[in-house]
Design a protein around this ligand. Structure first.
Ligand code: ASP
Length: 326
């Protein structure tokens, strides 16, 4: 087991064992936090450093939009996170290409895809939302826009990521692996004290993907969706499966129809399993969902999907319930 996975397991299991008797009984407790406890922020995987950064903003009455951007920037700048921003594994031609999207309480959205050389694609996505009449910019155009906005051009390929790529080239086998490091994409969703929701998602995509491949993460409604009348959701995992079912949008629509976030998460994942049963057997999708009352849900296709939740001044990691079990 890699250090990162071991760390993830220890961090998750350690915090759960200390804080949660339900976990000791083999059950995880999505939805057990007090109803209506605002603010709240959830991130995919054990991104507790990201939820902590978001909490700094939320606890002082700051805006959910600022909180999710601040949260997403944490793994983007972390060279040891090989699935997001700086240090992200490159595509099969050796290029680090980044995808990100963001959405605010006004229903505005911004997105960038296949963006190279910029450490914080989430902040570029926010600029697309706020400074242009568009939702999405891709590739060279996204880079030009970022540079015009004052972002710095940087080399994002670390020695570690280059070595991993060199090693991968020996066999060049492309097969997504469930819960491997390549699934550390951050989806982060929040509600602030003013009861407004926002969401963000940022990734370097599947490791060693085809050059030009875009997954779910920058696609509004797929990797993330926010609607201030209902709630907000974000996904991680094999983007092709999310793209085919618009998983985040589906979960938020379930909230709109009155579902508890846990039910909304489960129904969105079930749609993937119903539509793509064979792919679902071998791949992971995880989703986190928040409703307007501050209740949350999380669910995944495969076991091993962790999420970080900051609420009531506590920052904890949990393992979500899953369709398949160990
Ligand atoms: N969803 C991302 C993608 O398909 C990958 C991930 O979540 O790890 O690009």
């Amino acid at each position: 087991m890699s250090n990162r996975r071991r760390f993830l397991r220890q961090a998750v299991f350690g915090s759960l064992a200390l804080s949660n008797p339900a976990f000791l009984a083999g059950k995880t407790p999505p939805g057990k936090t007090p109803k209506g406890a605002l603010p709240v922020v959830i991130a995919t995987w054990d991104n507790r450093k990201a939820t902590a950064a978001a909490w700094e903003i939320l606890k002082n009455g700051g805006r959910a939009l600022d909180a999710v951007e601040a949260g997403a920037r944490v793994p983007e700048a972390d060279p040891n996170d090989t699935s997001v921003g700086y240090g992200g594994f490159p595509d099969r031609d050796g290029f680090v290409t980044l995808d990100a999207c963001i959405m605010d309480e006004l229903g505005r959205a911004g997105s960038v895809s296949c963006l190279q050389h910029i450490m914080h694609p989430i902040s570029v996505a926010r600029k697309v939302m706020e400074q242009t009449p568009h939702v999405m910019l891709v590739g060279e155009g996204a880079l030009q826009f970022a540079l015009n906005q004052g972002f710095k051009k940087e080399n994002l390929l670390t020695d570690n990521a280059r070595e991993a790529w060199e090693k991968w080239k020996i066999t060049s086998k492309y097969k997504p692996v469930i819960n491997w490091e390549r699934h550390d994409t951050i989806g982060i969703v929040a509600i602030d004290k003013a009861n407004n929701v926002s969401g963000a998602c940022s990734t370097s995509g599947m490791a060693f993907k085809m050059h030009g491949r875009v997954g779910d993460s920058p696609i509004i409604g797929a990797g993330m969706f926010a609607d201030n009348d209902a709630g907000v959701a974000a996904c991680t995992g094999l983007g092709e499966m999310v793209l085919r079912t618009m998983t985040s949008y589906l979960a938020v629509e379930e909230l709109r129809r009155g579902a508890h976030p846990q039910k909304a998460a489960e129904r969105a994942i079930m749609r993937i399993i119903e539509k793509m049963p064979e792919m679902a057997k071998e791949n992971q999708i995880g989703i986190v969902v928040l409703d307007k009352r501050g209740r949350h849900g999380a669910y995944s296709v495969q076991p091993g999907f962790a999420y970080a939740l900051y609420q009531n001044d506590e920052n904890k990691a949990f393992e979500a319930k899953s369709y398949y079990t160990k």
